[in-house]
Design a protein around this ligand. Sequence first.
Ligand SMILES: [Zn+2]
Length: 316
Amino acid sequence: MALILGIDVGGTNLRLGVVECSDVHSQKKSVRVLEEMRFQADFSALCKSNADSPALAWQTILTTIAAAIDTVRKKYPQLAGVGIGFPGFIDPRTQTISQSPNLPGLSNVDLSADLGALIGLPVITENDALAAAFGEFVMAAKPIDNLIYLGLGTGVGGGLILNRRPFQGQHGVAMEVGHIITTPNGRLCGCGNHGCMEQYASASGVTISYQSAAGEHCSAAEIAARANAGDTHAVAAYALAATSLAQALAHILKVIDVTEIVLGGGMSAAWPLMQQAFQRQLDKDLIPAQRGKVNVHLSAMGDQAGIVGAAMLAQQ
Ligand SMILES: [Zn+2]
């Protein structure tokens, strides 16, 4: 069985997992995460502070990831390859990262080639949410053909498995669901538009909602704690997040009639605060034929979905 390194590149940290896996399509597929490591790496702040010199930011990103991989390889020298989930639009034909809304300045960079040259191992790069979707698909308790993954984190990512295959779209922009506009003329988004869903339904969106109502800057986790303690502004911030997420999902489901939806990402821990407003809005917006037939559930894999998915894509 192959030993593959799966990496999930987040806004503020890098997570690496050594994954032992058999062929994903084999009858007796076997996937095991042998070890996980986490490294602090605030690539979002790095890109913002190097807005004038994106090439320098890119070199720092490459050497940071390479150093993390070196640490793992000292213990697992038999690693056969690396799969990376990266927060950006990945062109499926060239593997080039055309843009990353949360890592401004990066444009048409080739992580697979640049990192592969540094570390001397084959590297594949996929959108982080699509990698997580693939991880959820591979590890699903019962066989499924279609699945939508929504990752609620610093932004909101989406991944689609269609007919048992990851669906990237022509330019790797398929399922950029966080940029579905749910509030016309709303908050300015990193993508350049206004009123994108992730400006409301992400952790940063919840922080903005709470700050504009309560006048205080808090993390999404702190706002969740306040909501649970009865803070009405905090409750409203999560209700707005849930409503915006459901609006966007209803749009998606009218285009792609999928019934299995998996929610992941750090903010999904606050799902009990969102569930009621989410379901109300989804039932309101869906076509009647779809109502009651959509299974929305929380990821059972948590943080591991992206790592396992990226490794399995590399294994393929
Ligand atoms: Zn946007």
